[in-house]
Each structure stands twice: as C-alpha cells, then as structure tokens.
Design a protein around this ligand. Structure first.
Ligand code: SF4
Length: 202
C-alpha cells in the first residue's frame, strides 16, 4: 500500500482490534525501528539448541530467517506491536500455554484484518513454538513431514526468534518497559511479565 494512502485511523483501528481481542497494549511503530540480528536467530540451534528446533514449519531451519525478513522490512513502513502483560507466576504455570496461544491468535487476527483493509503482504510473528502450542498431540508437523497445509493456519504464526528479531528493542520502540521477571520465586511472585508479537504491514 502506498505510504500516502495509509491513514492514522487505519493503524489505530488495528491497535484497537488487538486490545479488543485481549492484548494489554498495542502500538504503532516505524518498521525501520525493528532490529534484526543474525546472532539472535542463530541461538535457536546454538550451543544450547531450542528443543523445538526443526519441529515445525514456523521455526528454523524451516523459516526464511533474518535475510528474508530484512527484505520484507524494506517494503514496510509501519508495524503493529502487541503485548500481553501477566503476573510472572502465570508464565511459570500451566496457564502459560493458553496465554501463548492467545498471543498467536491475536497477531494472526490482526494480520488478517490488515490484509482485509489493504495491507495485502502483511506478516504476523509471535513467540514460542506452534508445535508445542497447537500440535502437541500430533507426532509431527504435517507441513514439514507431509507438505500439507498447517492444521492451525488461522492461529499459528512463526516465532520472532527464528528471524532474529530483537524483542527488547521492539518493546522500547513501542514505548514499553522491556524488563521481565526471570523466575517466579516467592520474592518475585507479584512481578509482571509479558509476551509480545508483531504484525509488519505491507
Ligand atoms: S501444523 Fe502444527 S506444528 Fe505445523 S506449522 Fe501448523 S501449527 Fe505449527
């Protein structure tokens, strides 16, 4: 979409929708502010590999990674960020899965809405592995194993990690504090944690 056709109202419509769907906050940022680092993407299969590495179509090595992301970024002027704030104790409980699923559902819905209003090449990114979140009961990701369509195409989106997106920078660009609780120890039980997602508009 041409830059001069993008109205503030359209962008605000997307942030309002994200909040209506359950985000604690949603912001409009310049896509140029998204920082992508090759070394962050490399962590997925680094010295301490992610247990979900290679299990789903939306995680490395099955995603396009930082090189392609930068090409998409060059075609995008604005992005929408979303965060869900929650007590740290929830992130370290059985409720975590539901929160992460909600994050995927929100960014996927905003991507859908963005496409509907004319940002036809928009792309959404969340956090966590969709294999763990949506297909835990399946032996394999059917996209990777059988080249079939994703079972949860309406909700599951790639993790920002596999593209090397610097989430701390994303939070700061959104005007949000980037610190989060690292554990749910007793002294820390009231600490606030968060999860975040991104919809790059194009
Ligand atoms: S089929 Fe399941 S594991 Fe594979 S991409 Fe879709 S949600 Fe993820």
């Amino acid at each position: 979409m041409e830059n001069d056709l993008i109205s503030k109202q359209q962008l605000e419509l997307l942030t309002r929708e994200a909040k209506r769907l359950g985000a604690s906050a949603s912001a409009i940022i310049s896509s140029k502010e998204i920082l992508v680092k090759d070394d962050l993407a490399a962590l997925c299969n680094g010295e301490y590999p992610c247990p979900n590495y290679g299990l789903a179509a939306s995680c490395p090595p099955n995603v396009e990674g930082p090189v392609e992301f930068r090409k998409w970024q060059a075609q995008s002027n604005y992005s929408i960020t979303v965060k869900i704030e929650l007590p740290a104790s929830v992130m370290f409980s059985d409720e975590r899965k539901g929160v992460m699923q909600l994050l995927h559902q929100i960014v996927a819905a905003i991507e859908h809405k963005a496409i509907e209003i004319g940002f036809e090449k928009s792309k959404a990114f969340a956090g966590g592995s969709c294999k763990e979140l949506f297909c835990d009961d399946q032996e394999k990701c059917c996209v990777v194993a059988e080249n079939k369509s994703c079972r949860h195409i309406e909700s599951a989106r790639p993790s920002m990690s596999g593209f090397g997106i610097d989430v701390t920078q994303l939070m700061m660009s959104s005007g949000w504090a980037a610190q989060k609780a690292k554990d749910a120890s007793l002294s820390n039980k009231d600490a606030i944690s968060w999860v975040a997602g991104l919809i790059m508009l194009a």
